[in-house]
Structure formats: structure tokens, C-alpha cells
Design a protein around this ligand. Structure first.
Ligand code: SF4
Length: 727
């Protein structure tokens, strides 16, 4: 008898006739994987592969990156500008010139009638850094509205705010290489294998070479928790209590790094007095982690030669997200774990260029981490851009999550959305729908004309995607990498940089200001603004050629330097005036929506590996959508049994806001009193979420909501689901 492959034809890999491989960087998550896109004889992108020499991904790509070349031809791409007077009418095609003329005319008329800030601009973490800089220049310097923000407010605003409060400036101080040096790692609310698969691979590879304890803090038994040495299933929204308690044990047992605290921090006495109240016995009752585990983790972390913390949305998307980040920083400051190999606070950023918007978009101030509140920063940028410094507001305007309520109350009349989809991404979808209907003029600029928010728009501008453009992204570890235009723009779509520059021509200040046409010219302008000894965000030593040659460069990379710096604060000097970081006491306030008799389950939301954000792209990509086509809900089998709910049946989930229909997946990954729904699907998780806001970052608490589960007719539910998913 013959076994194996002897009688079978050999596997033949289809020859895609690739004649060229073009370098670029992945346009999904913030890991920043270097990609080569294979181009065939007809000039079409037909394959993607990881770049073996790139330090970030070393040849690997995840399920999203490996099919990224398919993006160029996905359904729903916008082909030409569209316009209608009222959103209930049909769109008609218009020329780019007419679109810009109309947009400028409408914005100016609304500003004249209601004031400059009655026009709001909300951007993204998806476009190129040079485009962010130009959009900021246009919005702050020419249009002149202060109600300008990015959708990083839904993602990394708490990390930004926490870094600023603790260290005096934004910027993740660590890097992926820290995995290779650390002796202990705590991951707070971060499920790397699904969210950032290649960062997870870097971590796993480091652990295989040199074992160190991995501790995961998460209410669910996530994929990362399954690989961990210790899993701490924390009660939602109580991170600050756990962090204060860890600090309590460290100080109580004399495990702190007193030398580092004395030399490099302020506020120790106040901090010590506050954490004295958070003994493990008291803390255990609030955060759900038993006192012995708290003590063990505190000792393990403090006694490790180098220890590091990573976190994602489990910390950030909370009513005390900013405090959670400060709590992580406090832990690392008292143990001397900042700026040393393997010792760091490393936020794992969400979108491919969420860092680029933080650095250069001017959303929260002025470019290059400058502040509107600082008169010298205002004067410097005004002079550089050639405008009067009095044109700038003296403090930042509304965050995105405050812009929508301001539309509701009539303060804001016009909105320009750039690559952002609040109809799916913001909490409480029904409220957002009604809010968008109130706008007098609403423009959506996006690569896809079928994004849900376009239904309410007066104007749609088709933007080119990712590698149809030329410029840079910055990844989680401050690495600036190149995106090259491996394909020409689709149909009559245009690069965002071109769109911003054309609109700028319609505003008064254009005559005084210089808006360079090419990305490389814009990059040179940013380099000039970044130069300065005291500035960490210094890219003056970079050039497009050098970035590409190195597979990305980390900032600071100062003029004359060959390489960028892997870590910040290596010398223990922080960007506060006295050079010291702050230890900040954090009082816990229990202000979340909690389960009760009427709504007995916590609703937790998050991501799955196959999809990115609101599925604008991955919802149409063959394999990504095939593997994860349906909105589902993880539920504990015992809880389901008690409610008479079966595996793979449809249920209605009801919150105080609205309801959603999902398919049940029974799993012991989730505790008895919680359910989990991926947020990617439209008209699903965010119909239910409340989204109370963090007081510092204004980031919504997507993960702490209360719901009940109801049984429904299965046929009707299946039909509703098919209709809702039809593109
Ligand atoms: Fe792209 Fe992130 Fe996947 Fe890397 S890990 S291929 S950057 S989606």
C-alpha cells in the first residue's frame, strides 16, 4: 500500500509573474511591519511578503498584512467627488475644483455666521505623517478652527495624557528590543496575539531564548493570558486599585529603588501617603485579585533586574484611563524601570500612524509636541508658517468626544471627517446618528465611499489609500518608516496631501503660507521644526533614503547621527523644567456603569485578529472576512445554561442605550458575569456601549457597560444578520 504523497501530484505554487518587489510599511496596526508588494508584468500588485532584514518583523506578517496587496482593488473604493445639498437626496458627481470651491465657501459662510469654531475637523491615525502635518497647518493656520481632533481620542489619548503627566511629554520610552532584556513583564489589558500579532511573536521569541515571567492582567482569559505564567482576572475598571496596591507592597517591604526615586522623581511623600491606604486586603475586595497574588506580583516585579509593563485598550478605554497609565508609570518609576534595557513603560499603540498624528497633526496643540498654551510655541510656529501669532487660540479646543455633543447642542454646524467612521467607532451609535443628522454641512474624506458615516454626508471626497501615496508612518516604538506609492491612485481618488493643499489655496492665509507639494518637501520642513538639543522628537538626522535603507529609524535621530535612539530617558532626565518625573497619587473613583438586577452582565468589547477597526477594509478581504464574518458574543457556558441559551444560537443583547443581535459562542475564557463582543461590526457592540469619558484624556470607557441577554426567534435573527452584513 502506498502512503503519503507518492501517488499525488506535487504541490505547485502559482507563478504570479512578479517582476518587481516594492518596499512599504503595513497600513493596519502600529506594529510597523515592513512589507514588499509584488508587482506583475501588467503593473498590478499581486502579492505581499515581509521584509527579512527589517528589525520590526524580520520577514513575518500577520493574516492582515499578508493579503494587504488585495486592498488596492477592494469593493467600495470611492471613484470621484460626490455632492448633495441635503443628506436625504441622492449624490451627484462633481469635479475636484467644484468640491473644493463649495467646501471653502460653506466653511467660510458658517464661520462668518456662527464663529470660527463652528466648523470642526476630525482626522484619523491612518494617513501619512506629512499629511497630518499639512492638515494641522491648514486647520490651525488657515481655516482657523480650534475644534480639531483625531480619532486617537478613542484609542491612545489616555496614554498620551498619562505620559505627559508622569514624564512631562508624550512618547513611548521603550522598544520591542526590551523584550530581549527584561526579567519580568506585565501586560495590562493587552491581547497581543490578536491585536499586534508580530509584537507578540517578538515577545514569544524573546521568551523562548531566555525565560522570564509573563503576567497578564485582563478580565478575560485572552489568548495572551493562556500563554502567561500568571493571569490576574481583574474586575473591570479597577486597574488603579491594583496598581496602587502593587506600589503599597513594594514600599511597605522596602523593595523600591530609593536611589532612582531620589535622583529622578518628585512627589514621593504624597504618593507614599496615598498608596498606604491601598493594602492588598482592602484592594482585593475592589479589584478581585487576591491579596497573596498582589504581594507575589509586586515582589516579582520589584526584585527583577529589569521589569517592563505594556498595555493597550484595557487601560486606556476607561473612565480613569489616564490615571491607569500614570499608575503604570508610578510602578516603573519607584522600581527604577524607565530608560533601561528591559525596564520601561511601553504603550502598544493602535493604528498604523497613531503616533504620527500625536507628533505632527497639531490636534492637541501645535506640531512637534508644541503647546497652544505656551506663548513661545505659538510665536515660533506663527513665524515659521508666516502668520500672525494672534490667529492661534491660547488653549486647545474640544476633543472628538466633546465635538459630537457640541454638534448636538448647536455650537458646531459643520464637520469634516478624514478617514474616520464615528457611525461605527463611537459609543452609542443611535445618538451619533441623530447628531450627524443635525449638521448644516458635513464632508467625509475617505478611501471608501461605502463607510457608514457617508450616509449622512453632503460631500464625499475619495482619498487614495496607504501605498498609493508616499510618506512616513511612526510605529509604537517611535520608529519612522517609509510608505512608498507602489500603485497609482485608484480611479479619480487623490492623495490626502494633494487634497489638503488644494483646499488651502481657497483660504486667505494661503498667500502668506508655504504648502509644499511633495511629501519629501514636507518632511524636510518637519525636520527643521524638530531640530533642537532639548527636544526628544528630533528627526533632523533622518532622510527618506536613510529611513528606507535602515528599515525605519527611531526618534530622536539628531542631525549628524547615523541611527536613532532605542529608548527615551536613559539619563534619567525628563522634560519637566526641573528634569524630574512626577510620582502622582491616584485616588480611585468607582464611576462606571455596573451590572445590576436589570442588566446583570458586564459588556466587554475588543478586537479579533482578522479585522481592523470598523472593517472598512478587512470586511471585504477574502480571508479576513471568511475567518470572521459574523458578529459574535463570548458567553460563559454556566451563565448560558442558567439563561437557557445555546451555543451558536442568536440572542438579543440589550443595554440602556439600545440592542444588538449576535451569535453566541460559549467559552470558559469569559467569567460568569461578563460577555464579550468584538467592536468591529457596524450596528453591533457600539449600539450598546455608554462611553463615559476620562476626565483628562476624554477617552470613552468602551469596556465597562451593563447589558442583559434575551432569547429571540432564530430565523428572524439570522435574516437580520444577513441584511446588516450585506455590503
Ligand atoms: Fe500589519 Fe500589524 Fe499585522 Fe504587522 S502585525 S502585518 S503591522 S497588521
Amino acid at each position: 500500500m502506498l502512503f503519503g504523497r507518492k501517488k499525488k501530484n506535487p504541490i505547485k505554487i502559482a507563478d504570479k509573474e512578479i517582476v518587481d518587489w516594492k518596499y512599504t510599511t503595513c497600513g493596519y496596526c502600529s506594529t510597523g511591519c515592513s512589507i514588499e508588494v509584488g508587482i506583475n508584468k501588467q503593473g498590478k500588485a499581486v502579492s505581499s511578503r515581509g521584509v527579512a532584514s527589517a528589525d520590526v518583523n524580520r520577514g513575518k506578517l500577520c493574516v492582515k498584512g499578508i493579503f494587504e496587496h488585495e486592498l488596492f482593488d477592494t469593493a467600495g473604493r470611492g471613484e470621484t467627488p460626490l455632492y448633495r445639498d441635503k443628506y436625504i437626496e441622492d449624490f451627484r458627481e462633481i469635479s475636484w475644483d467644484d468640491a473644493f470651491d463649495t467646501m471653502a465657501e460653506k466653511f467660510k459662510a458658517i464661520q462668518e455666521k456662527y464663529g470660527r469654531d463652528s466648523v470642526a475637523v476630525i482626522s484619523t491615525g491612518q494617513i501619512l505623517t506629512e499629511e497630518f502635518y499639512t492638515l494641522g497647518k491648514l486647520t490651525r493656520g488657515a481655516i482657523g478652527t480650534n475644534n480639531y481632533d483625531g480619532n486617537t481620542t478613542l484609542c491612545m489619548a489616555s496614554a498620551v495624557s498619562g505620559y505627559k503627566r508622569s514624564f512631562g511629554a508624550d512618547g513611548p520610552p521603550g522598544c520591542y528590543e526590551d523584550f530581549e532584556h527584561t526579567d519580568c513583564l506585565i501586560a495590562f489589558g493587552s491581547n497581543l496575539p490578536e491585536q499586534h500579532p508580530i509584537i507578540y511573536w517578538r515577545l514569544k521569541e524573546a521568551m523562548e531564548k531566555r525565560k522570564f515571567p509573563l503576567i497578564v492582567v485582563d478580565p478575560r482569559v485572552t489568548m495572551l493570558a493562556q500563554f502567561a505564567d500568571m493571569h490576574l482576572p481583574i474586575t473591570p475598571g479597577t486597574d488603579v486599585v491594583l496598581l496602587n496596591s502593587l506600589a503599597h507592597v513594594i514600599l511597605d517591604e522596602g523593595l523600591e529603588d530609593a536611589e532612582y526615586i531620589n535622583a529622578h522623581t518628585n512627589g514621593y511623600e504624597e504618593f507614599k501617603a496615598l498608596v498606604a491606604d491601598y493594602d492588598p486586603i482592602t484592594a482585593a475586595k475592589i479589584c478581585g485579585i487576591d491579596e497573596d497574588t498582589i504581594r507575589n506580583v509586586a515582589r516579582l516585579y520589584a526584585k527583577a533586574g529589569a521589569a517592563m509593563s505594556i498595555w493597550t485598550m484595557g487601560i486606556n478605554q476607561s473612565t480613569h484611563g489616564s490615571d491607569g497609565v500614570v499608575g503604570v508609570n508610578n510602578l516603573n518609576l519607584i522600581t527604577g524601570n524607565i530608560g533601561k534595557p528591559g525596564g520601561t513603560s511601553l504603550s502598544i499603540t493602535g493604528q498604523c500612524n497613531a503616533m504620527g498624528t500625536r507628533e505632527w497633526s497639531s490636534c492637541s496643540g501645535l506640531p512637534g509636541y508644541r503647546y497652544l498654551e505656551n506663548p513661545e510655541d505659538r510665536a515660533e510656529i506663527a513665524e515659521f508658517w508666516g502668520i500672525d501669532k494672534e490667529f492661534f487660540p491660547k488653549k486647545r479646543g474640544l476633543f472628538q468626544t466633546d465635538i459630537f455633543p457640541a454638534i448636538e447642542t448647536g455650537q458646531i454646524k459643520a464637520l469634516w471627517l478624514v478617514a474616520s467612521n464615528p457611525m461605527s467607532s463611537l459609543p452609542n451609535t443611535e445618538r451619533i446618528r441623530k447628531t450627524l443628522e443635525k449638521l448644516e454641512f458635513f464632508v467625509v474624506q475617505d478611501a471608501y465611499s461605502d463607510v457608514e458615516s457617508v450616509h449622512y454626508a453632503n460631500m464625499y471626497l475619495p482619498a487614495s489609500i496607504w501605498a498609493e501615496k508616499n510618506g512616513c508612518f511612526t510605529n509604537t516604538e517611535r520608529r519612522v518608516n517609509r510608505i512608498t506609492n507602489v500603485q497609482p491612485p485608484y480611479a479619480n481618488s487623490k492623495p490626502d496631501l494633494w487634497i489638503f493643499n488644494q483646499l488651502a489655496k481657497r483660504f486667505n492665509h494661503y498667500q502668506q503660507m508655504n504648502f509644499p507639494e511633495t511629501s519629501e518637501e514636507v518632511f524636510e520642513e518637519m525636520k527643521q521644526l524638530s531640530k533642537g538639543k532639548e527636544r526628544n522628537l528630533d528627526i533632523s538626522g533622518m532622510s527618506y533614503e536613510k529611513i528606507e535603507k535602515n528599515g525605519g529609524l527611531q526618534w530622536p535621530c539628531r542631525e549628524g547621527e547615523e541611527q536613532g535612539a532605542q529608548r527615551l530617558y536613559v539619563d534619567g532626565k525628563f522634560p519637566y523644567a526641573d528634569g524630574k518625573a512626577k510620582l502622582i497619587p491616584l485616588l480611585f473613583a468607582d464611576n462606571n456603569e455596573r451590572p445590576d438586577n436589570e442588566f446583570p452582565f458586564w459588556l466587554n468589547t475588543g478586537r479579533v485578529v482578522e479585522h481592523f477597526h470598523t472593517r472598512t477594509r478587512t470586511g471585504k478581504m477574502g480571508n479576513c472576512n471568511k475567518y470572521s464574518p459574523t458578529p459574535y458574543m463570548e458567553m460563559n457556558p454556566d451563565a448560558a445554561d442558567d439563561q437557557g441559551i445555546e451555543h451558536m444560537s442568536y440572542v438579543r443583547v440589550v443595554s440602556r442605550r439600545s440592542d444588538a443581535v449576535v451569535m453566541v459562542q460559549l467559552t470558559q475564557r469569559i467569567p460568569y458575569n461578563m460577555v464579550f463582543i468584538p467592536f468591529h461590526f457596524h450596528d453591533c457592540a457600539n449600539r450598546l456601549t455608554l462611553g463615559l469619558l476620562d476626565p483628562y484624556s476624554r477617552q470613552p470607557a468602551f469596556k465597562q457597560n451593563a447589558v442583559r441577554i434575551e432569547k429571540i426567534d432564530q430565523k428572524e435573527a439570522a435574516q437580520r444578520n444577513v441584511e446588516a452584513r450585506a455590503f
